[in-house]
Design a binder for this molecule. Structure first.
Ligand SMILES: NC(=O)c1ccc[n+]([C@@H]2O[C@H](COP(=O)([O-])OP(=O)(O)OC[C@H]3O[C@@H](n4cnc5c(N)ncnc54)[C@H](O)[C@@H]3O)[C@@H](O)[C@H]2O)c1
Length: 253
């Protein structure tokens, strides 16, 4: 059931589908107004997500930007603050995966994955920090991956990008803590989305992942929403610099 407004605004990147969409809707159900971002190409799907948020009784705004572009990110954050009045929480979810062995990987493919997943997270955070520091409040939630801890063949560059997000978050937490801002990471496991299906080429492959998962099932995008809402809310006020696996028990720690 949708909760009443909590007076907070969240920005979610890569929110037109998959995990980002589920997190945006989860935040709306928790009482957040939500600014949803994606690339221009996803505009129809992003507008549909904004409509779903409004149907839950919350305000929603769409902002387009490629998170790997500093100028686009600066403009996006400026527009988000101008239109919503404030941004209390950000979920850096936008990401890409290109499956290639180290042997075959092109330099441009390495750069593309690192640019969106790692640099994109940094650029969005950097653009938001003056606003969050001025308000002495912020919740930063970065979507990494269990792939950044363990990894799988053909994903060395993806694994490197997600390990970068975790390292970035640990140091960020120390820098921004004195300003009332927390920064934490989520590491999803195998989640059934357009991207997740890359790991699920056939039934045998899916079954192998299920066997490795304590909860004996694949994850759904909604499985990531609850932990994201926790890190985006005041329930996690004394939690920062942490990385939480949301993987049904593939990685146990
Ligand atoms: N699905 C999984 O199994 C899984 C596991 C671990 C981590 N993750 C991470 O979760 C996040 C969401 O993944 P998903 O499975 O929902 O993937 P997805 O491909 O379904 O969605 C990714 C979204 O990001 C957007 N996006 C891509 N590049 C962008 C850019 N440059 N700027 C703005 N938006 C951009 C896409 O348009 C899309 O809407 C990613 O960071 C991914 O690495 C996914």
């Amino acid at each position: 059931m949708t909760k009443p407004s909590n007076g907070r605004v969240a920005l979610v990147t890569g929110a037109s589908r998959g995990i980002g969409r589920a997190i945006a809707l989860g935040l709306a159900a928790e009482g957040f107004d939500v600014v949803v971002n994606d690339i221009e190409r996803q505009s129809a799907q992003l507008e549909a997500v904004a409509g779903e948020i409004r149907a839950l009784g919350r305000r929603a705004w769409t902002v387009f930007a490629d998170v790997s572009s500093k100028s686009e990110v600066q403009a996006m954050v400026g527009k988000a603050i101008a239109e919503a009045g404030q941004v209390d929480a950000v979920v850096n979810n936008a990401g890409i995966l290109i499956s290639k062995s180290v042997d075959d990987l092109e330099e441009g493919e390495w750069d593309a994955v690192l640019d969106v997943n790692a640099k994109g997270t940094f650029l969005v955070v950097q653009a938001l920090l003056p606003h969050m520091k001025a308000r002495h409040y912020g919740r930063i939630v970065n979507i990494a991956s269990i792939g950044g801890k363990h990894g799988a063949p053909n994903q060395a560059h993806y694994s490197a990008s997600k390990a970068a997000v975790m390292g970035f978050t640990r140091v960020l937490a120390q820098e921004v803590g004195p300003f009332g801002i927390t920064a934490n990471c989520l590491c999803p496991g195998i989640i059934v989305t357009d991207m997740g299906r890359t790991n699920l080429a056939d039934k045998a492959n899916a079954d192998r992942w299920i066997e490795k998962t304590a909860l004996a099932r694949l994850g759904q995008p909604e499985d990531v929403a609850g932990p994201a809402c926790f890190f985006a809310s005041d329930a996690s006020a004394f939690v920062t610099g942490q990385t939480l696996n949301v993987c049904g028990g593939i990685v146990l720690s």
